[in-house]
Design a protein around this ligand. Structure first.
Ligand code: DAH
Length: 341
C-alpha cells in the first residue's frame, strides 16, 4: 500500500506540474482527489489495516492528500501568472496616439431648408403641422374644389393605390383636415413630401417637397395685402432684404383670385442671369385668397371667413438658395454633393 501511495504521488505531482490551463488542472483534481480517485480508495481501506499500519498508511495518505492539494494550488497560481505575463506588451495602449475620426453626418440640405423655413414662419406666428402622404380623393381633390373630370386634375396626375387612395400631390389637403378640426383665426404652414406621376428631369421629380401656408380669420380681417406682405417677408428672410415679390394672376381651383408668386433673382438681383434665364425673376409657387368653396367643404358658414393660402416647392427654394441646377442631385445620395452643405 505504501508503494501504491508513492506511485500515486509521483504520477500526480508530475501531471499537475505539466497542466497548462485551469480546465486541465480541474480534471486532475477530480482524478487525484475526487470521490472515485485511487487515493480516496486507499484512505477508505485504511480502517481495515492492522493498528500499526493503519497509523503509518493513514498518515502517508493524508500527507499526500495535502501535497496534491497544495500542488494544485501552486500550479493554479503559475498558470494564472503565465496568462498575465506579457499582457502589458500585448495590450499596451498608447494614449498619445491620435484618435480615429468618427464620420459624422449632418442634416440633408432639403431638411436644412425646411427647418429654416419653419423658423421664419414661426417668427411670424405660424404653426407647423404635418399631413399624411397617402391621401384620399376627397381631401386631395374634391374638397379643394377640384371635382372629378375637371381638367384641373390633369395638373395633379399622381400614383393611385389599389384601395382607391393616392399619394398626395400637394400638402394642401392638410388645409382641409386642419380646418375640419380648428376654428379660425389661425395661421399654419404644412411642409411635407408630395408626389407626381411624371418622368424626372433636371427640374422635375416624381417625389419632392412642398410648403403650404394658410391663414384664416373673420371676413374683413384678411386681404391680399396680408398675403403679399407675409410672402414678401418670408422671401426677404430667406433670400435677403433686397428681394422683391411679384404676383401674377393665375389659376388654382382652391383660391380666388389666384397668383403666381415670383421673386427677384437672388443671384443677379433682378438684372438677368443664367439662373433666372435672363428674366430677373424666379417663379416660386402659387398663392391666392381661399376659395369660399373650400370653406364650405369643411363646413364653415358661408361668407364668414376670409383667408389666404400659398404653396411653394421646397426643392425649388433649395435649388435657388444653393445654386443647384439639377433637382435629382438632392435624391442621388452622392456624398460628394451632400457634404458641401
Ligand atoms: N397646391 C399647389 C400645387 O400643387 C400650390 C398652391 C398654389 C398652393 C396656390 C396654394 C395656392 O395654397 O394658393 O402646385
Amino acid at each position: 500500500m505504501k508503494n501504491q501511495i508513492n506511485k500515486i504521488k509521483e504520477l500526480a505531482l508530475k501531471e499537475i506540474s505539466k497542466a497548462r490551463n485551469l480546465a486541465d488542472l480541474e480534471k486532475l483534481r477530480v482524478k487525484y482527489l475526487g470521490r472515485k480517485s485511487e487515493l480516496t480508495n486507499v484512505l477508505r481501506g485504511v480502517k481495515d489495516l492492522s493498528k500499526n499500519e493503519r497509523k503509518e498508511v493513514g498518515e502517508m495518505a493524508n500527507k499526500l492528500r495535502g501535497e496534491i492539494e497544495s500542488g494544485i494550488k501552486n500550479q493554479e497560481l503559475r498558470i494564472k501568472e503565465l496568462e498575465f505575463s506579457g499582457i502589458e506588451e500585448k495590450e499596451k495602449i498608447d494614449v498619445t496616439y491620435p484618435g480615429r475620426k468618427i464620420q459624422k453626418g449632418h442634416l440633408h440640405p432639403l431638411t436644412q431648408v425646411r427647418y429654416e423655413i419653419e423658423e421664419i414662419f414661426k417668427s411670424m406666428g405660424f404653426l407647423t403641422v404635418e399631413g399624411r402622404e397617402v391621401e384620399d380623393e376627397f381631401h386631395n381633390f374634391d374638397a379643394l374644389n377640384i371635382p372629378k373630370n375637371h381638367p384641373a386634375r390633369d395638373l395633379w396626375d399622381t400614383f393611385w393605390l389599389k384601395d382607391g387612395n393616392l399619394l398626395r400631390t400637394h400638402t394642401s389637403p392638410m388645409q382641409v383636415r386642419f380646418m375640419k378640426e380648428n376654428k379660425p383665426p389661425f395661421r399654419i404652414i404644412i411642409p411635407g413630401r408630395v408626389f407626381r406621376y411624371e418622368a424626372s428631369d433636371a427640374t422635375h421629380e416624381s417625389n419632392f417637397y412642398h410648403v403650404e401656408g394658410l391663414m384664416v380669420d373673420k371676413k374683413e380681417k384678411i386681404t391680399v395685402a396680408n398675403l403679399k406682405s407675409t410672402i414678401a417677408c418670408f422671401m426677404k428672410n430667406l433670400f435677403g432684404e433686397k428681394t422683391k415679390l411679384r404676383l401674377r394672376p393665375s389659376y388654382f381651383p382652391f383660391v380666388e383670385p389666384g397668383f403666381e408668386s415670383d421673386v427677384t433673382c437672388p443671384y443677379c438681383g433682378g438684372k438677368g442671369c443664367r439662373i433666372c434665364k435672363g428674366t430677373g425673376w424666379i417663379e416660386l409657387g402659387g398663392s391666392g385668397m381661399v376659395n369660399q368653396k373650400v370653406f364650405t367643404s369643411v363646413g364653415f358658414p358661408e361668407d364668414k371667413y376670409e383667408g389666404f393660402a400659398f404653396g411653394f416647392g421646397l426643392d425649388r427654394i433649395a435649388m435657388i438658395k444653393y445654386g443647384v441646377d439639377d433637382v435629382r442631385l438632392f435624391y442621388g445620395g452622392d456624398l460628394r454633393f451632400l457634404e458641401q452643405f
